[in-house]
Design a protein around this ligand. Structure first.
Ligand code: IMP
Ligand code: MG
Length: 172
């Protein structure tokens, strides 16, 4: 039987999301900011984050996949959907659910820079350190964990559990 060990409560998530939104609002005042959410995992985090921003912002989505239905990365990234907005000379923050090996983000940062973005930073709900394989710079992180496969608040296991309002460590 799978075990769900609580990691982040609703309150812990909400507090941190608000703090990060305030930091972004300060750092990006007077900028042409576009938040680019990575589908599908970031959709809940992004929707909460933007409601706490106090600056003008545009929102877009990008979809990349490096995972199958398992719990470890395939190491290859495929761009499934690019952004629709014009990002040339715009300041972009990529919004991710969880950074693990960093493979997906280093690919997407390079992709958005080569598309002409003026700057590209990374904002993630969870920075999972232990399996990092690239030196991708995480600029805003709500929470940091060492290891473990997490689900809930957008994070899935084989497409399930995204709807859980809290984050759990899933022990299979
Ligand atoms: P990376 O390219 O190895 O950094 O993988 C990032 C992607 O893997 C994330 O966007 C997630 O979709 C998925 N992922 C990595 N760790 C977890 C986890 O603990 N739970 C759910 N998805 C994860
Ligand atoms: Mg996923």
């Amino acid at each position: 039987m799978s075990e769900f060990i609580p990691v982040l409560t609703k309150e812990a998530i909400a507090t941190k999301v608000e703090e990060v939104a305030q930091a972004i609002s300060t750092d990006y005042r007077d900028c042409d900011l576009i938040l680019v959410g990575i589908l599908k995992g970031a959709f809940i985090f992004l929707s909460d984050l933007i409601r706490h921003l106090s600056i003008p912002v545009k929102v877009d989505f990008i979809c990349a996949s490096s995972y199958g239905d398992g719990t470890s990365s395939s190491g290859r990234v495929k761009l499934v959907k690019d952004v629709d907005l014009e990002i040339e000379n715009k300041d972009v923050i990529i919004v991710e659910d969880i950074v693990d090996t960093g493979t997906t983000l280093s690919y997407l940062v390079a992709h958005l820079k080569s598309s002409g973005a003026a700057s590209v930073r990374i904002c993630t709900l969870i920075d999972k350190k232990e399996r990092r394989q690239t030196d991708v710079q995480v600029d805003y992180a709500c929470h940091t964990v060492d290891k473990g496969f997490l689900v809930g608040y957008g994070l899935d296991y084989a497409e399930f559990y995204r709807n859980l309002p809290e984050v759990y460590h899933l022990k299979l």
